[in-house]
Design a protein around this ligand. Structure first.
Ligand SMILES: Cc1cc2nc3c(=O)[nH]c(=O)nc-3n(C[C@H](O)[C@H](O)[C@H](O)COP(=O)(O)OP(=O)(O)OC[C@H]3O[C@@H](n4cnc5c(N)ncnc54)[C@H](O)[C@@H]3O)c2cc1C
Length: 294
């Protein structure tokens, strides 16, 4: 199928894009912004969305495409492409889980166009970058013509494909905490074929103290709920210990016991829950192993 007819607007400055988004929305038109188009174009072609206006952000590369270290954070512009994150030495040094995550996203062609901003704004609960943003407590900056606000990932992802972006807002930047010392990160997923969206995905970050005992542990899950799920509560039991794989497995089973993922044609609920437990155990054990090698 082909998309419905729409007006196509190609701003060359962020101010112009925000002004246009504001004005068209005020006029009562439905507006979508276009980044890499890797999720939006299929949605338009299938007529699951029929916007009156498309605002193309690709003329704003000079202001929305960047990777900048900032003390214990990395700031990433919304229009930064997946392949740039995948290839960035700065990202692999300071947020290595993103390098790992990017290799799991689609295929080269998709990663060469798709952007971090589009991935977060699309908010697929099986997608890797929303999971990483939730795991690391990243924050997103949302701008409209009249306001700029920065909110944590936990307040951004509201439901399946739904975020707290207002119709007049553009996601401009993601601020991601860097890997602390003596820490490791891991992302583990199961997909039917390489490049497919994950059926379930787990991300973990573990920090150890000078005696190699766990000082902090975080866990997030994707594909088993309407948003990425922060599963870190309960991991405090690991603190001060040197857990073995079986200890992690037992704790993860307890943490995941209330999960009730929806089933679909790819995997039923029980299978997704099983995957969540296995992938969580694997992610935590791998992150712990890496933290001890630091
Ligand atoms: C075959 C295939 C396989 C894929 N596999 C995976 C996978 O395994 N994992 C994965 O995570 N993704 C996968 N993707 C999706 C890919 O990662 C997309 O790049 C991403 O989901 C959307 O990014 P985009 O820049 O292309 O956004 P677009 O498609 O341009 O936009 C997506 C949505 O976000 C909105 N949007 C975009 N940018 C902004 C912004 N700055 N501010 C506000 N709203 C914005 C748009 O209006 C639209 O609603 C796959 C895609 C395809 C086609």
């Amino acid at each position: 199928m082909k998309p419905c007819a729409f007006q196509f607007y190609t701003p060359q400055t962020l101010e112009d894009a925000l002004e246009a988004l504001w004005e068209f929305t005020e006029e009562g038109l439905s507006v979508k912004v276009l980044a890499g188009g890797q999720s939006l174009m299929p949605v338009l072609n299938m007529r699951l969305a029929t916007p009156d206006v498309l605002i193309d952000l690709n003329g704003l590369e000079n202001v929305l495409n960047f990777i900048i270290p900032d003390n214990d954070h990395v700031r990433v512009g919304a229009l930064t492409r997946h392949y740039q994150l995948e290839a960035s030495p700065l990202i692999s040094r300071h947020v290595p889980i993103i390098t790992e995550a990017e290799r799991l996203i689609g295929h080269v062609a998709i990663r060469s166009r798709g952007t971090i901003g589009g991935s977060l704004a699309h908010a697929d609960p099986s997608a890797e970058l929303p999971l990483v943003a939730s795991l690391l407590n990243a924050s997103v900056t949302l701008r409209s013509k009249i306001e700029t606000r920065t909110i944590p990932a936990a307040e951004f992802f509201l439901a399946y494909l739904m975020t707290s972006l207002e119709p007049t807002e553009i996601l401009t930047e993601v601020t991601i905490p860097t890997l602390p010392g003596r820490s490791g990160q891991s992302i583990q997923e199961f997909a039917l074929r390489h490049g497919d969206f994950a059926i379930a995905v787990a991300g973990a970050q573990v920090t150890v103290d000078e005696n190699s005992c766990v000082a902090n542990a975080r866990l997030a899950l994707g594909g088993v709920g309407p948003t990425p799920l922060d599963m870190s509560a309960g991991l405090e039991l690991l603190i001060g210990t040197q857990p073995q794989l079986e200890d992690i497995g037992r704790l993860v089973k307890a943490i995941c016991q209330d999960l009730e993922p929806d089933g679909d044609i790819h995997a039923d609920s029980a299978y997704r829950k099983d995957l969540a437990e296995t992938l969580s155990t694997r992610a935590l054990a791998t992150a712990l192993q890496k933290s001890r090698n630091k």
